[in-house]
Design a protein around this ligand. Sequence first.
Ligand SMILES: Nc1ncnc2c1ncn2[C@@H]1O[C@H](COP(=O)(O)OP(=O)(O)OP(=O)(O)O)[C@@H](O)[C@H]1O
Ligand SMILES: [Mg+2]
Length: 284
Amino acid sequence: MLDQAQGLRELAKERRKNSKFITVASGKGGVGKTNFSVNFAYTMARHFNKRILLIDADIGMANVHILLNSDPSKNIKALFQGESIENIIVKSHGFDAILGFSGVDSIEEMDETSVALLINSLERVSSEYDYVIIDTGAGIDEKIAAFLRASTRSYVITTPEPTALMDAYALIKSIYNIYGYNNFKIVVNMVKNKEEAETTFNKLRLSARKFLDIDLEFLGYLPLTQNLKRSVKQKELITKISPTDPFSMQMRRICAVECGIETKEHSGRFWERVFDFLGNKRGK
Ligand SMILES: Nc1ncnc2c1ncn2[C@@H]1O[C@H](COP(=O)(O)OP(=O)(O)OP(=O)(O)O)[C@@H](O)[C@H]1O
Ligand SMILES: [Mg+2]
């Protein structure tokens, strides 16, 4: 384990960060990373005209293909077996994706060489894209650290649940202590309202500032919504079929922040005006 960490540390030392990579991580599992990644990819492509490559890097536990309703027979395993990355890219919902696979047949599929190969291959094709979004598995390990270290931007997804918050802090602490990496943007998912999101973020921010002396950035929040589960059951994307759902509106706001567009620039647009109206009502 330590040898692997050392190997990836050495690897990362050589590599400059790729400004197009966004790694999506979390401490606790099931906080919404994959739903975030897929809907973020769609919204960036559809509403912000960005060229997107989405990677299912949850090796052996993949489920991006389920949310995209794509045939997973062409997947990342072929890359590990010598196929070129260009040949495993699939097109879906207006963006490109590299699908993962479920179950692991051999240890090679999970080792650091595979991760290094994947990162190198992604770097090679990244000139074709505005963003390369990497959906990872939950928790802290060397593979996730390697993706985080290769990325300029890293999103940590949490929910307001104390266990999710504690695990998000543990992830940030470990990655910072082991690798000195401190560039995290936080998304609070499954919230009742904006206040709950801000309270959750502030708890995390205060702990990171007090105990680690690092500043976390609040990227945005996503409300808990039944429409998300409904869209998954229908094999559709909520951001596509329910654009007026608060989840979809907040996703557009997150994308606008990532693209550096002031939300005010959107104020003339219908959905943004609806959002502002709802936001103001909640704030009262
Ligand atoms: N904002 C939301 N509102 C309602 N349900 C949600 C929301 N976000 C995620 N979920 C639900 O939470 C569950 C977990 O979501 P998801 O698979 O995206 O999490 P994950 O972090 O990728 O999980 P894992 O750690 O297993 O990879 C799913 O059933 C999903 O439908
Ligand atoms: Mg997932």
